[in-house]
Ligand binder design. Structure first.
Ligand code: SF4
Length: 429
């Protein structure tokens, strides 16, 4: 038996929902056209003009054969095939089917050469459905991008992406496993020169819609690039306001002066590798006092005025029991930790060749995360409090209307697929 107030709340919720549906229906008639902002050549979209990809299940989707992709890449590196096949042919592409089996959402696919593959996409079908139903639709079509958005069949069609990742170097001052870049071990150094960095940033501004993006300098370890500070400074100079470094934090821990120099150059966020609480939870990266290093980096960055986002790569059965402790760490340090970024492991780079058994055992999906947060902290209902990252577009659209046609930049809009990422905001008082 619920308290009477719960029935009143439920009634209010239903009434608000019905009221909004009526408003939404009536609002379709006699709409005034949207304005075309200075940062695009097309008008802002009305919500009913936004497109959505096919959603739900069972459904067929485009996918890749992991073995065909690796073989094609090796042939290109060995000079046996021209890289342009990536533009003109559907290298490694196969069809996949998304199905429900045993209460889970699965992706299954068959390659005519390499056989059958399958993987778990979600362990909670209601959660998966909720995310897809919350997808607000894509941004306007990308334009003025013919020379840049041309990577064959994976060309970006809508919006402009929300994160520009620039790998400054493949060198690193660590040697982790996992490492999605296989830093230090590929047998060659790949490092961008100043002209490369400048060209990437200049080209990125030419794409329309000219929306804000997170510019993330990554690697390897970006702070050991000789151009790290210049790159941060130039990104801010051309107008990007969310400039980040995806870092293991070692250089910032070693030197408060370096943290201050990065802040002075315009570094806004440190996207800080962070696997759990305590040195033991970080020991698989083979640095004995790595958690102490993280704490020192957080101190120096915070004192310099850089916002800190711990980034937790989660492997099922390895560190997923740390989810609750990391959330608690953030709640205990609200002035230093701005938000958390949990990243279910991606078996690429150094982990590309793992066995099927290990991949199935360590696979960690967004639905695993939502349930671990609830189970370990008591915070958040998976089907109520979690939303696809693209849901933020609803607020972005409002801000674009408020800023008006003369605004120089559009707001950041992540139109990524609802199967791609989730967010939950926790209010801290
Ligand atoms: S710190 Fe990052 S880039 Fe460096 S080895 Fe570890 S995972 Fe790879």
């Amino acid at each position: 038996m619920h308290k009477p107030i719960k029935y009143a709340e439920k009634g209010l919720t239903l009434a608000a929902d019905a009221g909004f549906r009526v408003f939404d229906f009536l609002n379709r008639f006699n709409q005034r056209p949207s304005f075309t902002p200075a940062w695009a050549d097309k008008p802002l979209l009305k919500s009913h003009e936004k497109v959505k990809p096919p959603l739900g299940w069972p459904r067929e989707t485009d996918s890749l054969c992991p073995k065909c992709v690796r073989e094609a890449r090796q042939e290109i590196l060995d000079g046996k095939r021209d890289y342009k096949i990536l533009l003109n042919e559907k290298v490694g592409e196969i069809k996949a089917t998304i199905i429900e089996r045993d209460g889970k959402i699965m992706m299954v696919k068959d390659c005519p050469v390499h056989g059958h593959f399958e993987d778990v996409m979600a362990i909670d079908t209601a959660f998966f459905k909720h995310l897809e139903e919350s997808f607000p639709g894509s941004d306007m079509r990308a334009h003025n991008d013919e020379k840049l958005h041309n990577p064959g069949s994976s060309t970006i069609k809508y919006g402009r992406g929300s994160v520009l990742t620039i790998d400054l170097t493949n060198r690193c001052n660590m040697m982790c496993d996992p490492c999605f870049m296989d830093a230090n071990q590929v047998g060659f150094v790949h490092e961008l020169g100043w002209d490369d960095i400048k060209t990437l940033l200049d080209n990125a501004i030419s794409i329309k819609p000219k929306r804000q993006m997170s510019v993330q300098f990554s690697g390897g370890e970006p702070t050991i690039s000789p151009y790290f500070l210049d790159a941060v400074r130039y990104a801010r100079k051309v107008g990007y306001n969310s400039v980040q470094a995806a870092t293991n934090g070692i250089e910032f821990a070693k030197s408060a002066d370096f943290a201050q120099a990065a802040a002075d150059a315009g570094l806004r966020y440190a996207y800080l590798q962070f696997d759990g609480i305590g040195n033991a939870a970080n020991s698989h990266r083979l640095v004995g006092n790595l958690f102490d290093v993280k704490l020192r980096a957080i101190e120096n960055l915070h004192n310099a005025g850089v916002d800190i986002v711990p980034v937790i790569t989660i492997l099922n059965g390895i560190n997923n029991e740390q989810v609750g402790r990391v959330v608690q760490f953030a709640l205990d340090n609200p002035k230093k930790i701005n938000f958390l970024s949990f990243q279910p492991v991606s078996f690429t780079g150094r982990d590309e060749e793992i066995t099927d058994e290990r991949r199935h055992a360590q696979r960690y999906t967004l639905s695993h995360l939502a349930h671990d947060v609830k189970d370990q902290t008591g915070i958040g209902e998976p089907v109520r409090d979690w939303f696809p990252i693209s849901f933020m577009g609803t607020f972005t659209d409002s801000a674009d209307y408020v800023h008006g046609p003369q605004a120089d930049w559009g707001q950041l809009n992540c139109g990524c697929h609802p199967n791609c990422g989730v967010g939950m905001a926790v209010m801290i008082d």
